[in-house]
Write a protein of this length. Structure first.
Length: 160
């Protein structure tokens, strides 16, 4: 399946009041490089194994395969992960016919809040909520696999 998504920085905390649900996510990377990743994730009471391919259009779309696994399987796979676990809360915020996923990061990425929206085509229109700021689609610094190796706390003073 091809995943098409746009990523944005978040300008305020109004997403918390607009969210219909939220869940804690812990994820690690079994391997990452050359735009490809193999990720293990725990979200609430479920586990997932996800494989993503490289993007051919500047980060807007990429191949994604995801399979639900047991929490026990996820725990075992975390032992194979590269250093640096991503810890965040994901808020689901409806806007028009789309749902924005807003991730509030913890640990070494504390202070970073990003939103993404999945689309069915690169030019599909969407209604951006008021908390949506600068678009960072395709900026590798904001990929979770990159944040694991180069956390937000090490970036110095942001220029956005």
């Amino acid at each position: 399946m091809i995943e098409i998504e746009r990523k944005f920085l978040v300008t305020d905390e109004s997403y918390k009041q607009l969210a219909t649900s939220h869940s804690r996510i812990r994820q690690g990377y079994i391997c990452s490089g050359h735009g490809r990743t193999v990720r293990v994730r725990q979200r609430g009471d479920k586990g997932y194994l996800t494989i993503k391919g490289p993007s051919l259009d500047g980060g807007l779309s990429r191949y994604e395969f995801e399979k639900e696994i047991t929490l026990d399987e996820a725990d075992h796979l975390f032992q194979l992960c590269e250093p640096g676990i991503i810890d965040k809360t994901r808020y689901l915020v409806p806007s028009g016919s789309h749902t924005f996923e807003v991730d509030e990061f913890y640990g070494d990425n504390e202070g970073l809040v990003m939103a993404e929206v999945e689309l069915s085509s690169p030019d599909e229109p969407y209604l951006a909520p008021s908390f949506i700021g600068q678009e960072v689609t395709g900026d590798h610094r904001y990929y979770n696999s990159h944040l694991r190796k180069n956390p937000f706390k090490d970036w110095g003073t942001p220029t956005f």
